[in-house]
Write a new protein. Sequence first.
Lengths: 268, 235
Amino acid sequence: MCTDYIRSGRLLTAFKVLTIVALASSTMSSCGKSTEDGLARVQKSGVLRVGTDATYPPFEWIDTATGQVEGFDIDLVRAICSEIGCKPEFIVVPFDGIIAGLVSQKYDMIASTFTITPERSKQVAFSDPYYDGGQAIAVPLYDSSTFGVDDLRGKTVAVQLGTTGERRASQIPDAEVIAFENISAAFIDMENGRVDAVINDRPTTELIIRQRGAAKIVGPTLTAEEYGLAVTHSDKELLLSINRALAKIKADGRFEAMRLKWFGPASA
Amino acid sequence: MCPPGGPIDFLAEQGALALRILKFLLPAVPATIGITLASFAIAIVLGTLVGLAPLVRNRLLTALSRIYVDVLRGVPLLVQIFFIYFGLGSVLNFNRFTAGVVAVGIGYSAYLAEIIRAGVLSIAHGQHEAAAALGMSRGQALRHVILPQATRTIIPPTANEFIACLKDSSLVSIIGLRELTRAGREYYSQYFVDFQTWLIVGLIYLVMTLALTKFARHLERRFAVKGFGTGGLRH
């Protein structure tokens, strides 16, 4: 039956049609979707949909007791929403697909410890930076030979897929980079002795070490990163109102209160 | 933003992109194939042992094989992978690849056990009786009469499982193994191209499964018995 299909030329025709459909759809997928600005859409529906990878304390995670998303980013989003006049709806997605979700309008904004980078800025529009981060190296407590990034040559490093930590780790010569869906898996792998180190944003690493022990940070912070909220490039009005809200929250002390709440007085 | 430039430019650009994506993805294909082959080999060995266990006519063995199948079919494969790598892995010492292959192999062995058991079950009782009448022991009957015939019934569903195993190999990326689907996600998170990336990933899987399908049909023809026909089904 299969050979009949091939001989009659129908298979080739089907393949040609499929290719044309595929190319046509890829053209269309790069064309814009709705032309309404995000701000109008959000004000009409009263809901700001926020994409977040809620596996990342203290910025965003799911509180097992309440089943709700909690964290610094979450509080920040709630404050911004009260300024704009809408309710936030949090949509939990894996981090490596978070831009895809925004671009395909599954949500209106990304709030997920999202580092501002030039490559990402081509895909999304970032708000003003709201927090300083940077990558830190975590190693097991019993490790007495790793003091900095140069000692990681030839070692195995665990990271989270799609993060700037993964990017930094892949720049280490001869290092094997193992990427996980979420950062806790990376730390568990290190605790089980499967990897030599974890490279991850410093604030979250510090919290995980406080919670689980068994690890320590070595060396200085590897990178200087700033986190920003993100919307699509076409949502210019939405971005303006987010930045205005952010400025207001920083000016009237709410931001400092949030920082104290989640990071304590020691954070600079 | 709609793409500027003429259609020729567009096609050339898409072609170049497709080649870049392929270049990135192809090094991950051996991992997918390796994981599939290794885990399916384990699955066949364990599945045969467990599937034929009831034939030994030992009550304990039969009960154990039933529990084995029920438990391993009853838990999602992803959960099994987590359990073996993170759960057992915190106590025992084995590497990522071994854990992933063993988890998938054990998971699939339960399904293969049932397929093999069904294959043997499908042999008419007359065959067992005739073998006994010819003076064969049960072991000889199994080896020379029952199992060769059962193989014909077992091949199509086993090939089915093999193809499913190839696709389920993508689950092991959860414990950090880099295979084809994970490579696709990496490409996306670095270059932010999604439609074309996933199209090509899907096509690569399709090429592999079509090759497996062809191999399975070849096996079926090889084990076909003249005079038994194909049960009225045209191939």
